[in-house]
Structure formats: structure tokens, C-alpha cells
Design a protein around this ligand. Sequence first.
Ligand code: 13P
Length: 253
Amino acid sequence: MRPWMVAGNWKMNKTIGEAVELARAIKEGTAEVKGGEIVVAPVFTALSSVYGVIKGSQVRLAAQNIYFEEKGAFTGEVAPGMAKDAGCEYVIIGHSERRKYFHETDASVNAKVKKALETGLKPILCVGETEEEREQGVTEFVVGLQIRRGLHAIENVDGITIAYEPVWAIGTGKNATPDQAQEVHSFIRSELDKLYGPKAGSLRVLYGGSVTADNIGDLAAMNDIDGALVGGASLKSETFISIITGTAKKRWS
Ligand code: 13P
């Protein structure tokens, strides 16, 4: 079985002080957890302070976004090497909020995934359909396209993680049922197998969208769900730690 991963996407929340406090509580509360990876993704301003707290522990650092150039006149952007310099091992790429509010396209997502890999950052590539797309019966078409375009011309898949986050489930309290999620995860696995053959075996596919301490057990029990990308419930150490231990129990027993 692939090692599980639980990642907390803190989105645009927490001051540096609050982020450091949360990171410390997560580090201390998960010191005994085994068999997987725990990742936190604070805002850019808090990255290096959080890194100071988690360095050398089992908690890894992720950026929520990067740009696909190394440096230069790109006001407001952060280069992959700069995120790495701040302590990041991972980077979330193509989150639906970035696609919706900041007009990211599959082409820019693909450029970012490539640049992240080139820089030695491990991408967490987000995909997922809107409610309208699900109702129209085009979920697999949309998710398949996001994966094929997001991973276009990428041959070395080492370190890549996919996060399936149905847009209608994000921040709504309306999570995909374990069966709904499993159905799409199984489709994603088959797409990855077609693209990469046996090499695809190492790629994790996480579920994201209203994950809580209550629903993680049933989600993580599904065959093709290797962990979770958590938003709201990752902002409190108790709930995030429960999600981590709930995942570890199902994926490492
Ligand atoms: P919620 O867990 O708040 O639904 O957010 C999920 C998400 O967008 C994680 O990236």
C-alpha cells in the first residue's frame, strides 16, 4: 500500500504567530503517528517561521502556489526555488480556488507542475468537477482532461500527488460520499495507469472537500483513497490530528 498523506491547506488564514502555534500543536500531537506523511500549507508569510517549528519532525511544509519562472519582473509572485528556500518540500498546484479566482488554466498548472519538479518540489496537483459538471454527467471527462493536461509531457512522476477535490464539496459541509469519491479515485488510478504504467503505482491520490474527523474513517477505508487534503478542519489542531490518526488507522493496520 502507498504511504498515506494528510495535508492541511490553511488557505488565507492565520497570522505568523497563529500559524506557528498551530504547527507546534500538530507536531507534538502526531509524534507517535506512523506510516505516512503529514503536510501543512500555511500562507507564504508564515512559511519560514512554521518551518522553524517543524524542521526535523515528521511534519512537512507545502506552499499553496508557486509561479513557473525562477525570478524576475513578476510582481507579487513567488518562485519555486524561493518556496524551497523557505523550507517547502511540497507545493499545492491548481487548487480550484486558484482556477476560479485567479484564472489558472490547465496550461499554467502544467507549467507549474513541471517547474516544481525541476526545482525539487513535490507537486500536489488538484483536480475536480463543479456541481454543474457532475449533474451533466461529465465528471470523468473533466477530471481526465485536468489530469492529462496538468501532467502533459511529464515523464518522471516521482513525488507527484493528485488531490481529487470536487468543487461542490469544498467548504460546503457536503462531502462526496465514500462511494462517490472511490468511483472517481478508481477512474483517476486507471488514467494514471494508462499514462504511466507500473510507475503510476507510487502516485498517491488524496480526497479533499469537507473532510472532517467524523467522515475520514469511511473515506480512508476506500481502496483508492490514499489520504486527504483538508481545508477548514485543518485550522484546529484537535480536528486535524483526529483526521491524521483516523487515516493512519485505516491505511496502516
Ligand atoms: P474544506 O476541507 O474546507 O472543504 O476545503 C478543502 C480544500 O479545498 C482543501 O484544499
